[in-house]
Design a protein around this ligand. Sequence first.
Ligand SMILES: Cc1cc2nc3c(=O)[nH]c(=O)nc-3n(C[C@H](O)[C@H](O)[C@H](O)COP(=O)(O)O)c2cc1C
Length: 357
Amino acid sequence: MIDLYCLAGPVFRFLGPETAHGLAIKALKMGIAPTCPVVPDDILKTRAFGMEFPNPLGLAAGFDKDAEVADALLAQGFGFVEVGSITPEPQSGNPRPRLFRLSEDGAIINRMGFNSRGQRSAAMRLETRLKDAARSPGIVGVNLGVNKNSPDPAMDYVRGVRTLGPFAGYLVINVSSPNTPGLRALQSRDRLEEILSLAIDARDELVGRRPPLLLKISPDLGEEDKKDIADISLALGIDGLIATNTTIDRDSAQLRAAAKDERGGLSGKPLLAPSTRVLADMYKLTQGRLPLIGVGGVASGEDAYAKIRAGASLVQLYTALIYHGPGLVRRICRDLAARLRADGFKRLGEAVGADHR
Ligand SMILES: Cc1cc2nc3c(=O)[nH]c(=O)nc-3n(C[C@H](O)[C@H](O)[C@H](O)COP(=O)(O)O)c2cc1C
């Protein structure tokens, strides 16, 4: 088979990163993006939050911010796709340029600032896809953000739960993006307790299906914050954690690319070790009682396997897709299955948290 990404990849790299991203979304919408379906493999099937995932590799939030191409992305072989972050009202985000490739470092810096077309239009698109009963839809999680000038961020999340919850495989309360002023302060004990309690109540009031509710955390948390988050998550009974978002830490990254001093969140290779450390910390602090999604710097089967052994039931990626193209999903799944078998595991669930035993 001709790998179309090999032909189109250099063109994409020549374009500005945001232009390339817009083109990728268009190609996915038109159904002309190269596909590399994953060969199903029973060892990769996994259950989390009461749902069955065909494989544990998902697309992280930020690629399909407006829930425009979730099904086309699932067709690329992802076991699940997370759309968003979606804000209640439409907003344009920060001025451009706001997305920077750090090719030498296998990294990205972004300060998008929650550009979003808002909850109402996303809800319509997500509802339409669920109405198409001709196919069994894959799992699409919905990541909720807040408007920049919101007077009441907690209510922004509640609105998100009410408007998008009915169409979400799972919901994510994102309090960890570094590009909305004040957002990450919502990870403090008092604010988090308030936000999560309100969001859980709103979720429980939904009629019909009540989607699992997850919290996405930052890699830059202190020891006390991590402990507080673990305690609150268990006490309030949220369904899982996503570790982690992008980092604002540049000291440990030793970056080489010209764009290394741009403001914003750093993702990709330099985030792999720190985000996996936070994941492992959260697994230990929650005694393995909470399903975790591990994200940050995954670019290979080895990286995905490291996240699973550190405590992840599911894994996500974003930045590596920009550098390696859609064939990466299939490669990671194939390699992960081989690693599980080589270590004598019969199914993926047995390997979750294996490093801590
Ligand atoms: C351009 C870009 C935009 C992002 N937007 C969001 C977002 O809106 N909400 C969110 O929770 N995470 C967002 N993220 C963070 C990713 O979901 C992920 O947590 C992070 O990039 C680490 O994974 P990676 O190293 O595989 O990219 C974004 C990341 C990038 C690169």
